[in-house]
Design a protein around this ligand. Sequence first.
Ligand code: PGA
Length: 247
Amino acid sequence: MKIIEVESYEDMSRKAADIIKGVVCSKPNAVLGLATGSTPEGVYRCLIEDNKKGLIDFSKVTSFNLDEYEGLDGSNPNSYRYYMDNKLFNHINIHKERTFVPDGMAEDLEKECKAYDEKISLAGGIDLQILGIGSNGHIGFNEPADMLIPSTHVTELTEETIKANSRFFPSLDQVPRRAVTMGMGSILKARRILLLASGKNKADVIDRLLQGDISTSLPASMLHMHRDVTLIVDKEAASKISNDCCA
Ligand code: PGA
């Protein structure tokens, strides 16, 4: 895992946007794996800025998002489809029909999951996957557990994640309890992975991750098995990394 330590959230966002720009410039029809949450918001702002300046062209790009809540449709401000439309897609020249977010409203969610992995394969696989990390070590909605499901699947959210995400909802009991998420296997198939972490509340999990052990109790640790992962971490999130970490 390559580690880039930067000063601030803004620096992390700019650095990540530049890497994405590099990928899309060298492969205009790149397939991007995208994430939601607070972490990538700054990256999306940078990409919008660059797109407006003509520095990046999304017209041939395809995107796949990591996850979506069960039961929320794209018009719900808490759905990840709504987030992506409003924080990125509506402001850049990407073709909406080439932006994919799992359908949390699908009648048959199992079928939706299978179809989602097939769509990724048909598109040629993901060239660059952007990831945030949960403070419990989750990636997408692959929560710490005794076993992880490698492919896209329906999952129960942990209490910790429900609590963490309740900041976006009017109340805790309105946070959906289940979601569709790409599995760690689907994520590890990406050719290149960019993991982003910012802020004090990520310092413990980044320290745990960089101890280097692989465990399903820390889903992000599976990223150690991938040969092209770059972690961009800001000063606060890097503040607990032990000097003798082996990553
Ligand atoms: P955050 O979430 O970017 O809102 O911190 C990250 C995650 O839960 O994967």
